[in-house]
Design a protein around this ligand. Structure first.
Ligand SMILES: Cc1ncc(COP(=O)(O)O)c(C=O)c1O
Length: 368
């Protein structure tokens, strides 16, 4: 039996450090926005080579607050993708802006720059690409597009901590980078958490205020904010795990390379030249995806689908004005993608077992 995911091996690897950090917080008497958060923000900014990191309560909040800090709100349009976690679109709507969903590149599953360009209107204020599955979106083309049209570029980095595009860390290419620290992410907390990074001091100051009810100095509120604070426990845990992020991403890449050597009969993930994929998810494709998934389950291999229903076809979002059939690559990909087990602690033998089970499953369903 190989589960789709298992966070216990990673905890065991770092148990001594994590438990010492947790004890320190428990005994400190200070639990929200304190020295642990400041230390993590400093380390997270340094890891990215940017001036500021602002810890918030989730990845969804990170996107919302990044957009709000830059002045995006009602009447504005934000171009993003439908092939993503629904949180990306949810965050845009919480600012009051309208999400405009565009199609993706068929190889990397990230925002198509041509589709984004075609969707620009006089109301467009921002591009919000998602570095999905750990692979960077085409940031060169998207930055150029944003510059030409004077748009804000916010990167959704929830699935791509440490990924690189042309040698630049994702999150540092646009004006703001938004991260989630949901426990399964490449940098995961032991609860919810998120952060926004930027080099702009005014944006950073506004983010700090917005995450704390719009407070500028104690009990003085310049604007309406929300409660979206990172807590000390999560920050202490994240600081421990951040020091191991590159090593864990390298381990993910080794497992992905092993899949690449052993898998057959499915379309493998692509790593664009000059990109550094951090394999948050290892996603293959097959036209008989659902049947293969069932066959894999019968062989004891857990899989998931990221994502089976694109946002524009979700019951909650049918009023976005994006009709079925309007995003053909997204819709085809949603029918064919399958995420295989890949996490720190999975062994080479596990990868071979999954690859073999997948091959047997594919042969069996193709012959039906
Ligand atoms: C691409 C993407 N964006 C945003 C989010 C939202 O993050 P969170 O769950 O921390 O709010 C997630 C995580 O679920 C995600 O995968």
């Amino acid at each position: 039996m190989i589960d789709f995911n298992n966070l216990k091996p990673l905890h065991s690897l770092l148990a001594a450090e994590l438990e010492a950090a947790a004890q320190r917080v428990l005994k400190s008497g200070w639990y929200i926005l304190g020295p642990e958060v400041e230390a993590f923000e400093t380390a997270f900014a340094a890891y990215h080579g940017v001036k500021y990191a602002v810890g918030v309560a989730s990845g969804t909040d990170a996107i919302e607050l990044a957009l709000r800090a830059a002045g995006i709100g009602p009447g504005d349009e934000v171009i993003t993708v439908a092939h993503t976690a629904v949180a990306t679109v949810c965050a845009v709507e919480r600012t009051g802006a309208r999400p405009v969903l565009v199609d993706i590149d068929p190889d990397t599953y990230t925002m198509s720059p041509a589709a984004a360009e075609a969707a620009i209107t006089p109301r467009t204020k921002a591009l919000l690409p998602v570095h999905l599955y750990g692979h960077p979106a085409d940031t060169r083309a998207l930055s150029a597009l944003a510059e030409r049209h004077h748009l804000l570029l916010v990167e959704d980095c929830a699935q791509a901590h440490g990924a690189l595009d042309h040698g630049r860390r994702v999150g540092t290419i646009g004006h703001l980078g938004a991260f989630s620290f949901y426990p399964t992410k490449n940098l995961g907390a032991y609860g919810d958490g998120g952060a926004v990074i930027t080099n702009d001091s005014q944006l950073a100051a506004r983010l700090r205020s917005l995450r704390n009810y719009g407070q500028v100095t104690r009990y003085e509120h310049a604007e309406r904010g929300i409660n979206s604070r990172l807590d000390e426990m999560q920050a202490a845990i994240l600081a421990v795990k951040l020091a191991h992020l590159d090593e864990h991403n390298a381990a993910r890449r080794e497992l992905a390379a092993l899949y690449g050597q052993h898998l057959a009969r499915v379309t493998l993930p692509v790593e664009r030249a000059d990109a550094y994929h951090v394999y948050h998810l290892y996603v293959v494709r097959h036209t008989l995806r659902d049947e293969i998934r069932e066959a894999l389950k019968a062989r004891g291999v857990g899989t998931l689908i990221h994502y089976p229903i694109p946002v524009h076809l979700q019951a909650a979002y049918l009023d976005l004005g994006c009709a079925p059939g309007s995003l053909p690559v997204t819709e085809r990909v949603a029918r064919e993608v399958l995420s295989l087990p890949l996490y720190v602690g999975l062994t080479a033998q596990d990868i071979l077992t999954v690859a073999q089970a997948l091959l047997q499953s594919a042969v069996a369903v193709e012959q039906r």
